[in-house]
Structure formats: C-alpha cells, structure tokens
Design a protein around this ligand. Structure first.
Ligand SMILES: CC(C)(COP(=O)(O)OP(=O)(O)OC[C@H]1O[C@@H](n2cnc3c(N)ncnc32)[C@H](O)[C@@H]1OP(=O)(O)O)[C@@H](O)C(=O)NCCC(=O)NCCS
Length: 182
C-alpha cells in the first residue's frame, strides 16, 4: 500500500467527534487558518480581517457552541484538527423555512487532506442526524464564487433552490442556497 492509500485507510476510520468546549480554542485557530486559505485570495485583506474578527473568535464560537440547536463536529489526525462542520436546526438556522430542516453552516477540510473523503463523511453524518430528527431536507449557503464547493455539493445530491446576501466586511456577497431532500 502506498502512502496515499495508507493515509486514506487511516482517515476512513478517523472518528467524527462532537466538539467539547475545551476544544474551541484549537477549533477557532483551525477555522481561521482554513477560511483564510480558502478565500483570502478572493477578498480584500480588510474585509477578510473584519470577518475573521467578527465570526472566528473564541467568544463567538463559545456563544454558538452553547446554542441548544447547534453542534460542532470535528475529525482529528495525529492530535490535530483536520476537518470540522457546524450544523444548526430550529431557531439556530440562519434562514427560516416552513419545512423542518437542518442547516450545514460550515464545513471545512484542511487543504492537505482534501480528496480523502472527509467532506463526504461529514455530509453523511449530518444526513443521519437530520433523518433522526425527521427533517425534510438539509440546506446550506455557498458563495457564488466557490465553484469547487458547489460541484462538491452537487456530487453529494444538493441542488440550488434560492440565494441570500451574505455581509462580508464592506461587501454584500451572494450565496447560493442548496438543499438535499431526505
Ligand atoms: C468542499 C470540501 C469540504 C470537500 O471536502 P473533501 O474532503 O475535499 O471532499 P471529499 O474527498 O469527501 O469528496 C467527496 C466527493 O466529492 C467530489 N468532489 C470533491 N470536490 C469536488 C469538486 N471540486 N468538483 C466535483 N466533485 C468534487 C469527490 O470527487 C468525491 O466523490 P466520491 O465520493 O464519488 O469519491 C473541501 O474541499 C473544503 O474544505 N474546501 C475549502 C473550504 C470550503 O470551501 N468549504 C465550503 C464552504 S461553503
């Protein structure tokens, strides 16, 4: 087995863990790093900094973590966080819909670990949770300038049904809303 296949085999079994309050410091660090790497080159440094300072702080993550209708999950490799996801339901969702639904608000995989099936595993995990809650669908917002993730979501059975405006620093960005019926 080559190194790639060995790593793939290890990552296939890496547990998806519910984030504890004590993990939040490391999660904020990871979240900032991966967000900046994903979108830093597509935004002004000022807007990026403003958004990170608003959304990616220990105070903000702690507040979100404490919400009874939100959960953070993560995957670790060699004691480091390599992927995480935040889901919301009920009142915690960013948009409200008439049907019972679950939102994937954030899903991020360390760039060194893309393509190993971690994103797919996190999506499947959220599906199981949504099914257990009798949700009719899972939905998410994705920046229109993020074609790789749009293609990823399409590959997982999601399709665009609407859009919303996402304030990012001094810009109003457009997010496609995508959903998968369960
Ligand atoms: C999007 C992201 C979560 C996907 O995670 P990943 O672990 O790299 O994806 P996986 O390895 O699980 O891929 C799962 C499937 O999606 C497909 N896929 C992944 N990226 C794709 C792309 N750009 N285009 C088409 N299909 C894609 C894979 O081929 C794979 O198919 P398979 O299940 O048939 O093998 C990850 O790339 C990421 O964190 N990106 C940067 C941050 C980001 O943009 N997050 C989303 C914000 S809305």
């Amino acid at each position: 087995m080559n190194r790639d296949n060995t790593l793939r085999a290890v990552l296939t079994k890496a547990p998806i863990v519910l984030v504890d309050h004590s993990d939040l410091g490391a999660l904020v660090d990871f979240g900032r790093r991966v967000f900046e790497r994903s979108f830093g080159h597509l935004n002004t440094p000022e807007n990026m900094q403003a958004y990170l300072d608003q959304a990616y702080t220990l105070q903000q993550f702690s507040k979100e973590h404490a919400h009874p209708e939100s959960r953070y999950y993560m995957i670790r490799h060699q004691d480091r966080i390599i992927a995480y996801m935040k889901i919301n339901w009920g009142e915690a969702q960013i948009e409200t819909f008439p049907e019972k639904s679950l939102e994937i608000q954030r899903i991020y995989v360390d760039h060194d670990y893309h393509g190993y099936g971690l994103g797919r595993r996190l999506m499947e995990h959220s599906e199981h949770i949504a099914q257990d809650m009798d949700c009719e669908y899972i939905w998410l917002g994705v920046w229109e300038q993020n074609p790789d993730s749009i293609a990823f979501y399409q590959s997982q059975g999601y399709s665009i049904f609407d859009y919303h405006i996402f304030p990012f620093g001094n810009e109003q960005q457009k997010d496609w809303l995508m959903r998968k019926w369960l």
